[in-house]
Structures are given as C-alpha cells and as structure tokens.
Design a protein around this ligand. Sequence first.
Ligand SMILES: Nc1ncnc2c1ncn2[C@@H]1O[C@H](COP(=O)(O)OP(=O)(O)OP(=O)(O)O)[C@@H](O)[C@H]1O
Length: 908
Amino acid sequence: MDSSDSDSDASHVSATPPRDSFPPPPPQPPPRRLPPVSRKVASPSKKPKAPTQPPPNPHSQEPPLPSSSSPPRSPLFTNLPFRICEPSNSTGFSSSLSSFSRLYRASLTPSEEKLKSESINFAPEPDDTVAIAPPKSVIRRKPPNLITDTINLPPVKAPVIRRNGGSEGNFVKLNLNGKRGKKFPSKYKGVSKSSSKYAYRKRYKKVEVNGEGESLLEEESDLQKLREEEDNGFVSSVEEAILEVKNEVSDESLTKLLNLVYGYDSFRDGQLQAIKMVIGGSSTMLVLPTGAGKSLCYQIPAMILPGITLVVSPLVSLMIDQLKHLPSVIKGGLLSSSQRPEEATETLRKLKEGIIKVLFVSPERLLNAEFLSMFRMSLSVSLVVVDEAHCVSEWSHNFRPSYMRLKASMLRSELKAECVLAMTATATTMTLQAVMSALEIPSTNLIQKSQLRDNFELSVSLSGANRLKDLLILMESPPYKKIRSIIVYCKFQFETDMISKYLRDNNIMAKGYHSGLPAKDRIRIQESFCSNKTRVVVATVAFGMGLDKGDVGAVIHFSMPGSLEEYVQEIGRAGRDGRLSYCHLFYDDSTYLKLRSLAHSDGVDEYAVGKFLTHVFSSETKQHEKICSLVIDSASQKFDMKEEVMQTILTHLELGEVQYLRMLPQLNVCCTLNFHKSSPNILAARSSIVAAILKKSQVKQGLYIFDIPAVASSIGFATTDVLAEIQTLKMKGEVTYELKDPAFCYTILEVPRDICSLSSHFTKWLTEIETCKVRKLDIMSSAAVAALNASNTPELASGAKQTMGLQSRISEYFNGDENCDTPSKTTQNCAFLRADIKVFLQSNRQAKFTPRAIARIMHGVGSPAFPNSIWSKTHFWGRYMSVDFGAIMEAAQTELLSFVDRNAALAI
Ligand SMILES: Nc1ncnc2c1ncn2[C@@H]1O[C@H](COP(=O)(O)OP(=O)(O)OP(=O)(O)O)[C@@H](O)[C@H]1O
C-alpha cells in the first residue's frame, strides 16, 4: 500500500494529486495471519437481501501480487539517525436542510407525473419505494459563461511553471467577446422590457456538439439567444431589479432579483441572511449543507456591489464548474497557476477593461506579486469569497497549505478588501474557529445551518471479502435497482477500474473515474453521467466536488471514507433536487486498518525536521535576496518527507509569526542548453543573462548545464527573466533546451536563531495534524459501527434507526467536541512484534532505519526513502497494521538501539 494509491481531491496535507495514475497493486498479503480483530458488530443477516441467483463473480478482488522472486534492490541510503554500519552479506530481505422541499410520503398527482415525465426528466421512481413530490418546478438552466470543449483540466502532476509553452494548461475560453464583452453596467442600457422567463428559457437551450455526448453551448447560437434575450428586455429588467436592491436592500427586492435571474421563487434557509450581511459589508462565515445553494450567496452580492468579487477556490475543476454555472448577467473569469501565459493575459486584460465581475482564482495566484500589483493600481475588490473555507484550517479534513496565505490582514493590506465571505459545508467547531480567526470574521457573523440535508436515507452494512458481490446484490435490490444515477465511491484508483468492469460484466452501465485519468476522459465521463448516458460512476474522491446533478439518487461507499466530513461531502452529491436519496456504506475492518495506516504517511520526526530546516537555511543559501531552491525529489528522499509536508513547512516559514522566507513560484531548476547558430561567446557579449549562464554552467559534451536560480541570483535577476531569455533564444533558433528537477524556490528573509526549538515546534504541530487525521478516521469508523449495532436492535425499522443514528453522530461531531476519546480498533502490542523487528533489522543491515520508517513498513505504507516499489517485497510489509503505529515505533526504537549496541560490541 502506498498513500499515492489512495486518490485525492487534490487537497488534505497533500495539495497535489497523486502521481501514479495507475498505482501498484495492493501489497502482498502477509503469510502470517493477523490476530483476529473482534467484530462486535458482525451481523451478516443485516446485509441486503440477496437475489435468488446471485451473479457469478468472474473477477478476483485483488490484483496480482507483486513478485517476490526478484532480489530486492539496495534500499536508499540516507543520513537517518540509526545507521547499521556492518557490511551486509545478506541477500537483502529475510525472506521473501431545513429549507429544502419537505419529503412528501404520498403519491404524485397527475400534474406532477406530467411534470416529472416532460419537464424535468426525473429518474423513474421504483414502485416499491416511497414516491416523493418533486420540488417546485424549476427550469434547468444551462451555463452562460461558456467554456468551450478546448478546456484542459490541470495536469495531474503538481503544477510546475513551464514557460516554454509546452505544458498543458487550462484553456478556458470565456464567452465575453463582441457584444457580450461590454462592461457590466453599460450592457443593460436601452433594452426594452418583456417577459424575463421567456428569455430565460430560450437562453439555456442546449446544443449537441458532437456525437460523444458532449453537450455544450455553441458560441453562435448562444450569441443569437443573448440578442433575443436583450430584445426581450431581460437585461433591462435585471438592471432595474439591481437598482431596486441598491436603493433598498429588502427581502422583496432581493427575491425579485432572485426570481428574475434564477427563476426561483424564494430563498433557501440562510441565503437571504448571508446575502444581506455581505451586501452590508460584513464579513460572514456561512455553513450550509451540500447543495443548499451557497454559490448564490456571492453571486447576488456580486451583481450589487461596485467592485470585483474574487472567489478563491481550491481546485481548477471546481472553478471551471462554478464559472460555467454563473448566470449570464454576471461575467466571470478564471486565473490559475496552471493556465498558459496567454490565457492569463487575456483574463487580465478583461479584468482591466471591467468586463469581468466575478473572478475565480487559486490561492497561489491571488498572492502572486504581479496580480496584487494590478489590484493595487487599478482594480477595486468589493468581496473576497473563500470557497471550501475549511481548507484554511489544519484541523479540517482538507487542509491546503496554500490556503494559509488567506489571512484577513493580507486581504486588507494587499487587496483593500474589507469584506470576506467564507463558505463551507463541512466544518467542525474547531475548524470554524480557526477559519474565522484567520479571516477575522466576528463570531456574531456566523450563519450555520444543519450540516446535513434531511432527504437522505443512510445505511451501513458489514462487508468483507465479498464486497464486490455485496455491491452487486445491493444494486440489484430495491430501491437501488431502479435508481438512474448512482455514484459508487472507493478509496483507491485501481478499485475504480476493477469495480466498474465488474458492474459492466453484470450488465450495469458503469464507468470508472479518478484523478489519474486524462482530463479529456474525465470530462467525457462526467458529461456522460450528467446526460444520463452512464448510470453509475465508480469514483475516488476526485469525482463530485462541485458536481451539481440534481437527480443523483444514490451514493454508495464501497470503502469507508476517511472522516465524517468526507462522508458528508460525498453523500452530498445525492438528492440535490430535494428528493429522497439513498446512501449506503460498506464497512469492513481491513479498509479501516488500511486507511488508519495511511493516515500516518505524513508524520515526521523532530530529527528529520531539524535536518530539513538546517538545509533550507544552510550557509550557502543564507545570502539575502539570493534565490534558493530545493529540488523536490532529492530533498524528499534525503529527509524521507513527502513533498506536501515540505511544502507545509515552507509555507509556515513564510506565513508564520516570523516571516523567515518568501516563497517564489516552483520551477524546473536544472537547464541543459544546446547552442545551435551563433557561438555562445557572441551571444554572451550581447546578453548579460547568457554571460551569466556561461559563467555558471558545467559544460558536458558541448551542452551547458546550469541551475536557473544560481544564474538569476548571480546577476540579481528573477528566474522568470532567465527563462524568458532562453525562450527568446529558442524562438530565434539559437538554442534548444531541456528543463528538469522541479524545485521549491524561495528567498531567505531571516535565519532562525534557534533551529532546534523551531523544529520541535513544527514537529509538535505536524504530529497534532497526524493525530487529528487518525482521530477523524476513528470517529467515522465508530459512527458506522454504531449504526450497524443500532440496526441490530428491534424497536425501529433498521433503516430508520441507522439513518437517525448516523444523523445524530454527524450533528454531534460537527457541533460538539471532536477531541473526545474515540475507541480505536488497533491493539497496543503483539507477541511477535519485537522478534519480527529484530529479524527484519538483521536481514536489512545495510539500510538506515528510523523507528518511524520501520513502523511504516510494518503498516505497509511507503515513504520517499522507503518506497513501496522496493519494500513491499519484504514479507513484513503491512503485517502489523492492526497494531497501533505509535506502539510499533516504540518497539522499533528499543530494537534499533539494542541492535546498534550489539553491533558496536561485536566491532570491539
Ligand atoms: N433558492 C433556491 N431555490 C431553489 N434552488 C436553488 C436555490 N438556491 C440555489 N439553488 C440550486 O441548488 C443547487 C445547488 O446550489 P450550489 O451548487 O450553489 O450548492 P452548494 O451549497 O455550493 O453545494 P456544494 O457545497 O455541494 O457545492 C443549484 O442547482 C442551485 O441552482
């Protein structure tokens, strides 16, 4: 097992999507049996009823095991504290919502039936389930902020700035040309009045673009519709409604605007209050359930407020989605660090011309010096919206180091933004406090509604080796059998392919989705799901954020989520049309243990943090204003620290109480240059940058190899200047070049006086984050187990009991104390542990282990210095997943010390 195998929503401590598109298969099962874990909850009788003839399972659940025959490669040598220096002659390893429409438990009326079949295209309800009245008829709108099919989603790899134009970018074409490109206010002039609803419907007609189910608006016809719409006076009506709100911010004026622009008759719980506060300039924390309509709470203020509304979003795909869903009267744009320079330039131009009213921006971009200077000089920001605001807090399930940059003081000083709207669906009290404190939102300005909608039927069943079969049985039983749109969530990328194939083999139209798929495929799958061509999407957490498909009738968790936050987010994709939806979770101990082990993959030791900090502030890099770089791969191996952990520490060094350094954009620092036309010396005479390159290069076989930050620092230039120069030379045919070694770049502002206490501070902080992650998993597990146990009691129907049980656990968790003691299913010791560690050390004498490295191997978790590609071959790999990680570290420490002592004694 490797953490990279578990998919990511591009967040948590890792801001980076997993590297491996197709991760290695799961680890080889240990030959020795794990001590049995007690299953208080085991109740096979509670599993969904099996059909009379269960379909065959032609596929093994586990992919092929890694070969154990090949001799293990020598592990990486690092400067870790416990060095086993005796030369080895071993062969390696020892052996091988309350405002939502209430649910009406009644049959549909004939007119509702008609509406159902003609207008909204609901999924057919099974006869044997409760028929629910659909919510008020709302015409499904299509996005006016056109994003063409040339969109490239961000590359899967962590963004590294590539200036040579060769990289994949997010090319988002905005529908802001010609007539639509006029400034926001002037657009409404001189248009006659008429029925807005008519225009509204026409505006959103869909056009089939190609035969592959990609249904996008066509520029031409869209323009035509806009003209029609203007003829019909839609725009002038909106303009009037906006003026009315500006004159008097009342419930009536706002509802009128809502009705005109969105076609809704009333606001949902919390919306009106939030909109009024924001229009009044009060920073607000808004906690509404998934699908409750948070976006509207910044869109309406954006129409009213004079300046730009900046929306900070954690994922480019989320930004694209939100941009697509903006009403046509709000002109939107997008800036992200993975865009191509010309795309960013175009957006910036539109911003300067006042065309863009709502700008979606990544946190990295928001604090880019160029971006900030533009705002300082010519643009005014009325509102900063922090979407998925829980990412600001390290105590959330989705901490993003880059969100640490979002501090109220910074937003005020750099953007002159006085009003902040922070929005989330999933925040515990502790997370909320951290977010509100960072963004300086007064505690009186918290709008918090229930974290869970009330249209879910929640259930849990115990599963095990036959989970695939259990899934099939569930999907073939009512009500799932007749539900048209279903999402199945699993934890690992390889599972999405395996499960979707299994379902297809059993005649269920299913597709796999994970962040390792090419962007085009991901778009196609999402489109196919949204247009009901695909019934089931089997996905990792990468699918769903921002997905607003109203009629998803069920969400099934094939693997348990890592936290209640994740669970609430994922089930939140279901029932967004307000109808009853079904959410089932398959619980099994082995997934719980696997996830618990993975929760330790970001942990660090004080020793390693100290070494890392010493390196960051090492004597060669101490010089002020010098551009320093840290090549990610090699540093990661050297300190046995994941990239995301290093980034978290560096970001903290920049944004903590003392600003020790300034982070610069990441880039590939090693350049190999090949001169083709003029001689290098002639070019050097013309350009100081080329002269510096020649001075700082190593010449090998006619190629000039140099470090970009070193060249830039030597002449006081920015790294971007050096890149621009070599790019110009390339365009003139003078040179070709290759860049490699992605690196963190920074300049040192102050060297810490006491690295030891700083390391101890960071280690404590990171350990708390690690513990918090483990606790969140334990809480999720105990909520699922409690629901299972509840279903064993006879009084209420088990479905209702489970729903109520989970609902109350969720509410307690989000509103109470998440630090309470939660039982863990791990044990503190195991009879063979110490003996096995001893054998493991003896058979791997050449390696330098730390107690943490040993505990990771025993838990089957790879790390940069001990990758699973090598270490999964030992039969100790993952053998002690059921033993507490900390307990293994302690045992490993004792064994390492006695091993070192023994060897020292032998050497005398
Ligand atoms: N007042 C309203 N009446 C009816 N529908 C509404 C109302 N407000 C919003 N909606 C609709 O609810 C759906 C969900 O809205 P939105 O995407 O903003 O939810 P969200 O709170 O951001 O959810 P998530 O956190 O899951 O992204 C959208 O289709 C939106 O148009």
